[in-house]
Design a protein. Structure first.
Length: 317
C-alpha cells in the first residue's frame, strides 16, 4: 500500500499517466503529476472487526469540484468522509501495490462534524474567533518584534521575520478578519447583536450554522459535510444552501457532502457518488444522474427508488 504526494506545479493528464505505466515501483511512495487532482483514493478497504464497511472504493477530488455522496443509512457514506479526513485508515495489506491515498501537496481538510459546543456560556463571537487563532498569534509576535526593534534598533533577522509575518497575515486575510466574520454572520441570517449572545442560547439548527460559519472562515482546501441539511427545517435549509452556493462561487474549495435530499444535489453538486453496502454503484455528473432519475415511463424517481433499481440491475449481472 502506498501513500503519495501529488505535485501540482508540473502536470500531465490522466491518460498520459495511465499510458506510461501507472505505479513506478513496488511499495514505494512516488510523486505523481495529475491534472488538477487534489486527492485520490484507490481500491480502499475499510473493516471494523469482521465487518467490511468499504470495499474496493475508488474516489477522486479535483479542484473546485462539488461532490454529493448519496445512499441509505449504513451504506458507508460517513466512513468515506472519515477516511478522507484521516480519522480512520485503510485496511488493505501493505503488500497491495494497487491501493493507496494520494494528495496534491498539503491539503487543509475541514469536516463539519456532529455539532457540540462544550461551553454554552461562551459568546458566539468568542467561539468564532477561535478560528482566527493563527492570525492572533501573528499579531502577537509582530507586536513583540516592534517592541524589540524599539529597544535594540535595527536588526536584519527581526526585519526578515516581521516581513514574513506580514505576508502570512495577508495570506490569512488577517487584516480583515472582523469584517469577514460579520459579513458571513449576517449572510446566514443573524443580526450582528447576536454575536454577543451565549452559544447555548441558540437552537440546534442555529448552532449548526455557527459551526459552518467557523468552518468556512477557516478556508479549507477540501470541505467535508456529513448530512449538513438533514436536521434543518425547510426555511433554514434554503438559507444554508443559498449561502453555500454563494460562498463556493468565489472559492477554489472542493466540497464533498453526504445527503439524501434531492434539492441538495440540484443546488450544489457537480458530481454524484451513490453508495450501497460499502461500494460505489456509480460516480458521475449530476446531469447523468438526473437522466437516471427519470423512469421508463417518464416519471421522476427518488434517490431511494434509483438505488433499489441499480441494486437489482447489479444483482442480475
Amino acid at each position: 500500500m502506498v501513500s503519495i504526494v501529488l505535485e501540482k506545479e508540473s502536470r500531465i493528464c490522466r491518460e498520459d499517466y495511465i499510458d506510461n505505466g501507472g505505479w513506478e515501483g513496488p511499495g514505494e511512495a512516488r510523486v505523481l503529476f495529475l491534472s488538477n487532482m487534489r486527492y485520490q483514493i484507490k481500491h480502499a478497504l475499510v473493516q471494523y472487526g469482521a465487518n467490511t464497511i468499504l470495499e474496493d472504493v475508488n474516489f477522486e477530488i479535483h479542484d473546485n469540484e462539488k461532490i454529493a455522496v448519496v445512499g441509505r443509512n449504513g451504506c458507508g457514506k460517513t466512513t468515506l468522509l472519515k477516511l478522507i479526513v484521516g480519522d480512520i485508515h485503510m485496511n488493505n495489506p501493505d503488500s497491495d501495490e494497487e491501493c493507496g491515498i494520494m494528495m496534491a501537496g498539503k491539503q487543509e481538510i475541514g469536516f463539519l462534524r456532529q455539532i457540540s459546543f462544550p461551553d454554552g456560556e461562551v459568546t458566539v463571537e468568542e467561539e468564532i474567533k477561535k478560528t482566527f487563532a493563527p492570525i492572533f498569534d501573528c499579531e502577537k509576535r509582530m507586536a513583540e518584534i516592534e517592541t524589540l526593534l524599539q529597544q535594540k534598533g535595527e536588526n536584519q533577522s527581526l526585519f526578515y521575520e516581521y516581513d514574513n509575518l506580514q505576508k502570512k497575515m495577508e495570506a490569512l486575510r488577517g487584516y480583515s478578519w472582523k469584517q469577514d466574520m460579520e459579513v458571513m454572520f449576517q449572510q446566514f441570517g443573524f443580526p450582528l447583536e447576536d454575536l454577543k449572545r451565549p452559544i447555548g442560547s441558540f437552537s440546534g439548527g442555529q448552532q449548526t450554522k455557527v459551526a459552518f460559519i467557523k468552518l468556512l472562515l477557516s478556508k479549507p482546501d477540501i470541505l467535508l459535510l456529513d448530512e449538513p441539511t438533514g436536521g434543518l427545517d425547510p426555511v433554514v435549509r434554503r438559507e444554508f444552501l443559498y449561502v453555500l452556493q454563494s460562498e463556493l462561487m468565489d472559492e477554489r474549495m472542493s466540497i464533498i457532502f453526504s445527503t439524501h435530499i434531492t434539492e441538495d444535489l440540484d443546488k450544489v453538486a457537480d458530481y454524484v457518488a451513490m453508495m450501497e453496502k460499502g461500494r460505489l454503484l456509480f460516480y458521475e455528473t449530476k446531469d447523468e444522474l438526473l437522466e437516471r432519475l427519470t423512469g421508463e415511463n417518464g416519471e421522476r424517481l427518488s434517490l431511494k427508488q434509483l438505488m433499489v433499481k441499480l441494486c437489482r440491475e447489479g444483482e442480475k449481472k
